[in-house]
Design a protein around this ligand. Sequence first.
Ligand SMILES: Cc1ncc(COP(=O)(O)O)c(C=O)c1O
Length: 387
Amino acid sequence: MHPETLAIRTQTARSAHREHATPLFLTSSFVFDSAEQARALFAEEIAGPVYSRYANPTTDEFVEKLRLLEGAEDGLATASGMSAVYTALAALLQSGDHVVAGRALFGSTHQLFTRVFPKWGITHRYVDGADADAFAAAIQPNTKVIFVETPSNPGLDLVDLAALGDLARARGLTFVVDNCFATPVLTRPIGFGAHVVVHSATKFIDGQGRVLGGAIVGEASRIAEARFLARHSGPALAPFNAWVLSKSLETLALRVERHASNALALATALEENAAVQRVRYPFLASHPQQALARRQMRWGGGVLTIDVGAYETARRFLDGLRLCSHSPNLGDTRTIVTHPTSTTHSKLTDAERARVGITPGLVRISVGLEHVDDILDDVSQALASAR
Ligand SMILES: Cc1ncc(COP(=O)(O)O)c(C=O)c1O
């Protein structure tokens, strides 16, 4: 079946109540039918509902849908995108290991590599994500993982997934992709050779700015390691959030298509606006990796960036918006505008920001599902007032 159908028709077995919509199992534990069943469940890898830190039917339904959409063997849900990134990496790495990562990373992932993992002797090397040869050159004898985001947040740089999938296989490394920006609707990294895909479900998967959530999907043996760590460290996704996210997956394809068509229309219009120094969007001819984007992504995604020049101009632009929200989230039905230098990427040094293209005037626009003319009118009036 097609992904749209799988996302809608994958459902926990119907209960005796014959419910049509997916039920919500809002329970922390489950009762045993017998003492022998309890003993047997605890004797081995616990499969089946016992305790919601291990598994819950609502959470399982959300993961099962995402697993099918990503074409993965197995998966688990986590409480947030960062718990997915952390759990996946902590499960795959041990003291003395090394990671090669694309430099353009979400701020908290950068904090994990620079402040958290070094405490356990896990080191990293950042390379230019656009340069596939740089990844090969950075591999050391103790390298275990290649980690990338594509398109990156907020630089919208692309990484050639097929080239890195081949490299990881040739060198016996685990290839991990944060697929938060593309979602499986646009890119399925496992088809390009990724072993593990991590998600912040908080973004396009929820799509309506309501809940935090995350997921790790991929090759069964790697997911087994992550599941063991998650069971005993506890980043479980709350069943209520899983229910919201499972329902959200039913409309993901529809929403992502409209996010992308609105974003392309807005990006194209803003390229003509004299108040904007530079527009970046993967499907624009001006994007240096447009050919790769069109090879690797079904559409260009729902996020674009504009550079309005100085910080003061960006400040006036943000304060001049009347419809669009000024907020640090993205992937919402509502258009959200963020200033990375002063918020999401404020912990980076000026030099680190410059290396990933985050200038003081850079503004990220997560294009929502309002009518595109209304979004353009608001952005245009705020640009005019900021000049
Ligand atoms: C690419 C990327 N990965 C991970 C995360 C973290 O997700 P969460 O906020 O759900 O922990 C984000 C959040 O913005 C993100 O943009």
